[in-house]
Ligand binder design. Structure first.
Ligand code: KG4
Ligand code: ZN
Length: 341
């Protein structure tokens, strides 16, 4: 057997996977999440995250020690993300690859999210991808493994980040996405009149900071989180989610209405949100576009998507020489429309 060992540590998940090069099957995938440790801070604390990775990653690696001989390639997330946590994965990957004498591929985290669509499946192009994660919100035109053009992106916060901040304002835990989605399910989306960002602007971009501020003002008008009832929280979550979806749909429509690409996908941590998925599935069927999404276990950060990206690099015969390590760590640099990932 010839396996790809893939490692992901760009934020608060330590994850490791083994992908069989011949069958494309993920034969091992494990993730140690740090959500509980960061929850009391209402967000990820980078230094704490890097220390937790330093403990978790070697543990994950030791668990697959009986497969070391089968590993013929190492793939690791190199950017974007938190530099201190990326470094933990990079160090372990580089050491393992050099010691074993196998090539090392550095993988762009957002390209990994796109490739989460293709885990245990064939890749296909072209397609439009809405990426909604904790760090990014953008629409990409994807025509190949290294051909991903940004058609629209957020000018400030991301979708996942705004869910996290709304949960924090209401005194709830981290990550906020699943909590706010659960509350929204029971709430009245018309109780609070929150703005739909950039509604009257011709810009094909996203923005969530104004909406987030409107939520903050609403929390204050209700006397602060400590004075909000569960019903208030449900209604505010539902009203917030309604504006998020209206905004995502309004801007995506501008792209979908004039494309000749017949496939659209939604990826990233926030793509686990059933209300967002449902709205996009309706939109796509209106335009006769096929909609694709990712199995829930692979929406949030995971190493299987990094392995899947590396698999296409193997198939395209673009492997680096052993010891030839091309690693750039750009941190969370802002990316703009018109640029490539
Ligand atoms: O892709 P991901 O695991 O990490 C990044 O690359 O950022 O995304 C994590 C983000 C968090 O902000 C989390 O709150 C959000 O995804 N998220 C959700 C849901 N589940 C996770 N946002 C909205 N609704 C959800 N159900
Ligand atoms: Zn991610």
């Amino acid at each position: 057997m010839s396996l790809i060992l893939s490692i992901e540590s760009s934020c608060d998940d330590s994850s490791l996977a083994l992908t069989d090069i011949d069958s494309a099957k993920v034969i091992h995938h494990k993730k140690i999440s740090q959500e509980r440790e960061h929850s009391r801070y209402g967000g990820v604390v980078p230094e704490l995250a890097s220390r937790l990775h330093a403990v978790a990653l070697p543990r994950l690696l030791r668990e697959i020690s009986d497969r070391y001989d089968d590993i013929s390639l190492v793939a690791v997330t190199s950017e974007p993300g938190l530099s201190v946590t990326l470094n933990e994965g990079l160090m372990m990957a580089r050491t393992f690859a050099l010691f074993k004498g196998v090539p090392l591929i550095s993988v762009h985290h957002l390209k990994g999210h796109v490739y989460s669509l293709f885990i245990e499946k064939e890749s296909f192009f072209p397609l439009l991808v809405l990426l909604v994660s904790g760090g990014h919100t953008m629409i990409l035109k994807v025509t190949g493994a290294d051909d991903m053009e940004i058609l629209a992106s957020s000018m400030d916060d991301s979708v996942g980040e705004s869910y996290d901040k709304v949960a924090k304002m209401m005194g709830l835990g981290y990550p906020g996405g699943p909590i706010v989605e659960r509350l929204a399910r029971e709430g009245d989306p018309d109780r609070f009149d929150l703005p739909v960002p950039l509604r009257n602007s011709p810009l094909v971009s996203f923005s969530f900071s104004g909406l987030k501020n409107a939520v903050r003002l609403t929390v204050e008008s209700l006397g602060g989180a400590e004075n909000m009832s569960e019903k208030d929280m449900m209604d505010l979550s539902a009203s917030f989610q309604k504006s998020v979806i209206a905004h995502l749909i309004q801007k995506s429509k501008k792209i979908l209405s004039r494309t000749d690409i017949g496939d659209f996908a939604i990826v990233g941590g926030a793509s686990a949100n059933m209300a967002i998925r449902g709205a996009f599935s309706d939109l796509c069927s209106r335009y006769g576009i096929r909609m694709h999404d990712v199995p829930l276990q692979y929406c949030s950060d995971n190493a299987a998507m990094i392995g899947r990206y590396a698999l296409d690099i193997v198939r395209e015969k673009r492997l680096p020489e052993v010891g030839d390590i091309d690693i750039t760590v750009s941190g969370n640099k802002k990316v703009k429309s018109g640029e490539k990932l």
